[in-house]
Design a protein around this ligand. Structure first.
Ligand code: T6T
Length: 327
């Protein structure tokens, strides 16, 4: 592998010895690795498409390599294998805020620039010189606190501002879904006093588990009014649980993420609202930022991408439907 001295001009971050080289493949192209939370999730498949579009436009090679489930235990060996191939830069959605810090430090210590996409490590505030997890160059993602607040407003409105709801979530320690739950609870506490938020149900990213948990919560609270599915699998499972309990339209569902299946559920009335992220933009800006850094430009320490709120009133609009995730 041909490594050349980094001779770039202005950079937003201090240039340390470890960061002072960039790697190009033998054909002279930069190689950028994208390590998703898991490979089979429509969210990351869509992110990869956006990343590939940027890679094509900029003439760099993109490698998409991840684990089959959303779990640090399976993600870390994939990351180790990626680091061993010395890519020019790594874009990664770390599956845990703390457990990915040391594995990613290996990349940083090897001089491979790290940018986190979707999820973050540590506090997600990078390049401050504080803490032990601020070495990634940039964090590119949705504003997940805001997304959780938007979900709370949608669910509170759907249930007329009164009644019991709960959050169907993945597991603690994931920056995105932790923040969505925090935003959801904060919004309910501040603005919807008539809404009671029951204990969160953690499903380990397993839609079947989320469906049985819905039925369990309903068995314990027959006056359950609504559920917020904090990511794709939580929302899909919660919706299925509502349907299996024969409560479609009675227990209201607000979904985070927008795969085709959730959109179908909007059309049947099972799901009220889906908050679509813009994963293709996250992937696109990830590659553009990596190349900008590799060619000597400064890059922002954080880039926020937007949301599209989908419901029965707008889902047929092509300007809305274009944000449905690719499968
Ligand atoms: O919601 C997305 C992503 O933002 C989150 O970090 C993990 O779950 C998804 O990939 C959806 O399954």
């Amino acid at each position: 592998m041909d490594r050349r001295k980094f001779l770039g001009a202005a950079t937003a971050v201090p240039l340390t010895a470890a960061m002072a080289t960039t790697a190009r493949a033998q054909d002279g192209k930069f190689t950028i690795a994208l390590v998703p939370g898991l490979t089979t999730d429509a969210f990351y498949i869509t992110m990869n498409k956006g990343a590939q579009a940027a890679a094509d436009a900029l003439g760099v090679e993109l490698v998409f390599q991840g684990a089959p489930d959303f779990n640090p235990v399976t993600q870390v060996p994939v990351l180790d294998a990626v680091i061993a191939r010395s890519p020019s830069a790594i874009l990664i959605a770390p599956t845990d805020t703390t457990q990915l810090v040391e594995p990613l430090r290996k990349a940083h210590d090897a001089g491979i620039p790290v940018i986190t996409v979707d999820t973050f490590i540590g506090s997600g505030v990078y390049q401050t010189g504080a803490g032990d997890a601020d070495f990634p160059l940039s964090y590119i993602a949705s504003d997940n606190i805001l997304g959780g607040r938007m979900a709370a407003r949608a669910l509170a409105t759907a249930i007329g501002g009164e009644g019991k709801v709960y959050v169907s979530n993945v597991k603690p320690g994931i920056s995105t879904t932790d923040q969505r739950e925090a935003g959801f609870k904060a919004e309910m506490a501040e603005n919807f006093p008539g809404v009671t938020v029951l204990e969160t149900q953690f499903n380990d990213n397993d839609a079947n588990k989320a469906a049985s948990q819905l039925q369990g919560v309903f068995a314990r609270a027959a006056d359950l009014k609504g559920v917020f599915g904090a990511n794709l699998f939580s929302a899909l499972g919660a919706g299925n649980g509502v349907q299996q309990a024969g409560q479609s339209g009675a227990i209201r569902v607000v979904a985070f993420d927008a795969p085709g299946s959730i959109v179908d559920n909007i059309k049947t009335g099972l799901v009220d609202v889906a908050i679509a992220q813009h994963p293709a933009e996250i992937g696109y800006f990830g590659v553009v930022s990596a190349v900008a850094h590799l060619t000597g430009n400064s890059i922002p320490v954080s880039i926020g991408t937007g949301f599209t709120v989908m419901d029965a009133s707008n889902i047929e609009d092509p300007d809305i439907a274009k944000y449905i995730y690719s499968e």
